[in-house]
Design a protein around this ligand. Structure first.
Ligand SMILES: CC(C)(COP(=O)(O)OP(=O)(O)OC[C@H]1O[C@@H](n2cnc3c(N)ncnc32)[C@H](O)[C@@H]1OP(=O)(O)O)[C@@H](O)C(=O)NCCC(=O)NCCS
Length: 127
């Protein structure tokens, strides 16, 4: 589902090993939606004690506009909020303006006051 979705960057952290480690570190913060045994949507949530983070909110195109994305976000945010962090962030690729529109519609604010900077430890990190 992730691999076939434009606007998402798939990396080593999304391998089975990386994904399993993420779920272990962040129990109860991620969700998926199944219809007749097929995964049609999902969301990953995490928190580091200061902030919450959301990754990979995806709903398959044939299930768009049915409220699934909104419901996944609510479930995930409620759980992240219950961990006690005061704020939650989402990183949105600049080549995904439609993704950004979804977040704005849910009441999230695009941050013009911040730039993001990163350093890569593992040259193989992008799958
Ligand atoms: C973004 C995404 C998860 C939305 O899922 P969805 O199940 O179609 O969303 P919902 O049906 O719950 O829509 C909730 C609301 O957002 C609106 N909305 C949905 N997609 C939107 C978009 N691309 N732009 C603007 N508004 C959007 C809906 O109209 C709805 O509005 P309403 O509450 O006024 O009725 C889905 O389009 C998707 O998987 N996109 C590709 C992956 C992606 O870009 N993810 C975000 C990464 S940052």
């Amino acid at each position: 589902m992730w691999v076939g979705t434009a606007g998402l960057t798939i990396r080593k952290a999304d391998s089975l090993e990386g994904f399993s480690a993420f779920l272990k570190r962040n129990p109860g913060l991620s969700w998926l939606v199944e219809v007749k045994g097929k995964v049609v949507g999902g969301i990953l949530g995490s928190q580091d004690g200061r902030f919450g983070y959301i990754h990979h909110l995806v709903v398959l195109p044939e299930f768009h506009q049915r409220g699934i994305g909104k419901q996944l976000l609510k479930l995930c945010l409620d759980r992240i909020k219950s961990t006690g962090v005061e704020k939650c962030h989402i990183f949105i690729n600049r080549d995904n303006p439609q993704g950004l529109e979804f977040w704005k519609k849910q009441g999230w604010t695009e941050r013009a006051d911040l730039s993001m900077a990163s350093i890569t430890f593992d040259a193989q990190s992008a799958l």
